[in-house]
Design a protein around this ligand. Structure first.
Ligand code: NAD
Length: 478
């Protein structure tokens, strides 16, 4: 079994094998690696290395920083297959999706590198004679990137690429569920000329290693992706030092299917969105509102398509559509939400059971009918291949139910009536709305949640500028 070491100041630092966390393949429950359960001292060493490396990096022209990111992107492309296998082995997504994740990560590094020549300040008109006012965007210093397990490799780039191109250094903490790909990332990074200390990786639990990162006065920004509960805890800790937080949290995306929708397209898109990564995706359809006149036809199609989805061990069978749940807690949450929904009058239209292979936590593709807005399954994040369906009569009802949520990440509308679709877009209170499609967001967009789905956002120009702070210079000429 492989044992990984923290990557600090350009070195893999041996740590005691006695204080480790064992990583599990969720498809088989087999142990696959051990990783350091990092001590506060190790986390502090990573922060110190980042702090020391950052000024020289910030002094480079941004285009030179970008060249390093392009080299890293190309190196990653040399390892697509082994990286995809590492991701699949520890996370459980199918190999095809893991390959997409690795490719997208390399493309994302290239995309952010291209901003090197496009970061711009402002010249502001002054009230005073002979005065110039300049607004600069400057690096923050040390960024902490705290990662979830569902797209663990891509999330490295989503934190690291904007941090580095804008002149910051970074300390990454992967999820304890899926750290192996991050260590493999550092092995690739170590083959490039990216200066030592600029990128550091420490593993461990959130409440210990993660907490040390969020408590440190030397960390200027915490970029976190994960659950609302953890985001809230991180924000409370960050408040001690008024540390900037950028939080990408959970979602409960509504999909509204109106009488004017292409029913087949809607069912196909929503099915794909519900089974991809076993339904463990923050921006995929989590609840459906379908108009009564098309409800039977749509639901029948959706059930047929969900029933066609095949699941299993993704390393053994490349033809499956999805793999296991990440762990028992994720599986138990689905079982409990379903049981409560049935108690409250919902009907399971297909699926509803654990898969036969009990070596992992597999769950059948499931459609739940006769749901109401009051049910927990309609209001709480399910994060599995399970979709509740609610019927509405008037569009206004659908809008009210869709917006009736503490989340506000993504939403979708299925309608071929452009007026209806755009009226819905205007009424929906979500950071993203997809029309006649589901996932994913684009790297040049801006992925940002409303309400408890987050603060700030990622991607594109707006995401990039969050990794910088401003300095306004007033120049008085004589
Ligand atoms: P999680 O909140 O359990 O853990 C995320 C990370 O936070 C892990 O690395 C964990 O070790 C760390 N952590 C936990 N407690 C901490 C603390 N007190 N201080 C510092 N770090 C701490 O989330 P998860 O289960 O890994 O991910 C699933 C969640 O992430 C879902 O809710 C999903 O919707 C959300 N998600 C959101 C987006 C988005 O872009 N909005 C993307 C992917 C996942």
């Amino acid at each position: 079994m492989i044992h990984y070491s923290n990557y600090i100041n350009g070195q893999f630092v041996e740590s005691p094998h006695s204080n480790t966390i064992t990583v599990i393949n969720p498809a088989t429950s087999a142990a696959i690696s051990t990783i350091p359960n990092s001590s506060p001292e190790q986390v502090e060493a990573a922060i110190a290395a980042a702090e020391a490396a950052q000024p020289a990096w910030a002094a480079l022209p941004a285009v030179a920083r970008g060249k390093h990111l392009h080299v890293l992107a190309d190196k990653i492309r040399e390892y697509i297959e082994p990286l995809a296998r590492v991701i699949t082995e520890e996370q459980g997504k199918i190999l095809g999706l893991a390959r997409v994740e690795v490719n997208f990560t390399a493309d994302y590094l290239d995309y952010m590198a291209e901003w090197g020549r496009r970061i711009e300040g402002e010249i502001i008109e002054s009230d005073r004679p002979k005065e110039n006012i300049f607004l600069y965007h400057k690096p923050i210093g040390v960024v902490a990137g705290i990662l979830p397990w569902n797209f663990p490799f891509f999330l490295i780039a989503r934190k690291l690429a904007p941090a580095l191109i804008t002149g910051n250094a970074i300390v990454l903490k992967p999820s304890e569920e899926t750290p192996n790909n991050a260590f493999e990332f550092c092995k690739i990074l170590a083959q490039t000329d990216i200066p030592a200390g600029l990128v550091n990786l420490i593993s461990g639990y959130g409440a210990t290693a993660g907490r040390v990162l969020t408590e440190s006065p030397k960390v200027g920004m915490i970029s976190f992706t994960g659950s609302v509960d953890t985001g809230s805890r991180i924000m409370a800790t960050a408040a001690q030092n008024i540390t900037r937080v950028n939080l990408e949290l959970g979602g409960k995306a509504p999909a509204i299917v109106t009488a004017n929708a292409d029913i087949d397209l809607a069912a196909t898109a929503i099915q794909a969105s519900r089974v991809i990564n076993s339904g463990q995706v923050c921006n995929c359809a989590e609840r459906i509102y379908v108009q009564r006149s098309v409800a039977d036809a749509f639901t029948a199609k959706l059930v047929e398509k969900m029933q066609a989805a095949r699941f299993g061990n993704p390393l053994q069978d490349e033809t499956v559509d999805y793999g296991p749940m990440i762990n028992k807690a994720g599986f138990d949450k689905i079982v409990s939400l379903l049981a409560r929904a049935v108690d409250d009058g919902a009907q399971i239209l297909c699926g509803g059971q654990r898969g036969a292979d009990e070596s992992g936590y597999y769950f059948e593709p499931t459609v739940v009918g006769a749901c109401t807005q009051q049910m927990d399954i309609v209001t709480q994040e399910i994060f599995g291949p399970v979709i509740p369906v609610v019927i509405f009569d008037e569009i206004e009802e659908a809008i009210a139910m869709a917006n009736d949520t503490e989340y506000g990440l993504t939403s979708s509308v299925f309608s071929n009536d452009i007026n209806e679709a755009m009226n819905l877009v205007e009424a929906l209170k979500f950071g993203e709305t997809y029309i006649n499609r589901e996932h994913f967001e684009a790297m040049q967009g801006y992925h940002a949640g409303w309400r408890k789905s987050g603060i700030g956002g990622a991607d594109g120009k707006h995401g990039l500028y969050e990794f910088m702070q401003t300095q306004v210079v007033y120049l008085q000429r004589s």
